[in-house]
Design a protein. Structure first.
Length: 187
């Protein structure tokens, strides 16, 4: 995936594993923070759940505020009651990051706060940002085996040394098109 444009970006990579043969999904932020999710699908679901919870809360607030004759405090109490009756987001699945759904008090828009293991904020995302991140996790999960096969080919068939093979695979991201528009077959 593309390099981050700011210090609070989080990005997903297919990285060479310590065994030097396989590739693994890693999640990185800041200058020196990264981890390998033990269960990338559970990580993706937990992150997506945070996005959907935030969006849902904002929708309920938007719907209920006028229904409560503009009493936002009452509408917020409804949101709080609903929050108490939903499955929790698995912090274990996303550790060392935590994803917390919120609705802004200023503009009633949904956001997801992302914190590191130290409790310090890493970033704040919109639900769309989280969905994009989850898409990146799923794409990288699909790509790790492709990267490993490509590396085996480069080293075995083309007899590149391991460092050059790694460079070729790292450069491949520049040739992949992640943002192609879906098509329904019409021109």
């Amino acid at each position: 995936m593309a390099e981050p444009t700011s210090n609070n970006a989080i990005w997903v990579r297919s990285d060479l594993a310590p065994d030097g043969k396989t590739y693994i999904l890693s999640i990185e932020w800041g200058a020196d923070r990264s981890f390998v999710p033990t269960n990338p699908l559970a990580y993706a679901l937990a992150a997506l759940r945070a996005a959907e919870y935030a969006a849902y809360d904002a929708a309920v607030l938007a719907q209920m505020t006028p229904a409560m004759k503009g009493n936002q405090r009452l509408a917020l109490s409804i949101v709080a009651d609903l929050r108490a009756d939903r499955p929790p987001i698995s912090d274990e699945a996303t550790a060392p990051l935590t994803f917390t759904p919120i609705v802004s008090g200023r503009n009633s828009r949904p956001y997801v706060l992302v914190h590191g293991a130290d409790g310090k904020p890493v970033t704040q995302w919109t639900p769309a940002d989280v969905r994009h991140h989850v898409e990146g996790v799923l794409a990288a999960l699909a790509v790790v085996d492709l990267d490993a096969a490509y590396r085996r080919y480069l080293v075995g068939s083309l007899t590149l040394d391991h460092a050059k093979a790694s460079g070729v695979i790292n450069a491949l991201a520049d040739y992949r098109h992640h943002d192609e528009e879906p098509t329904d077959g019409r021109q």
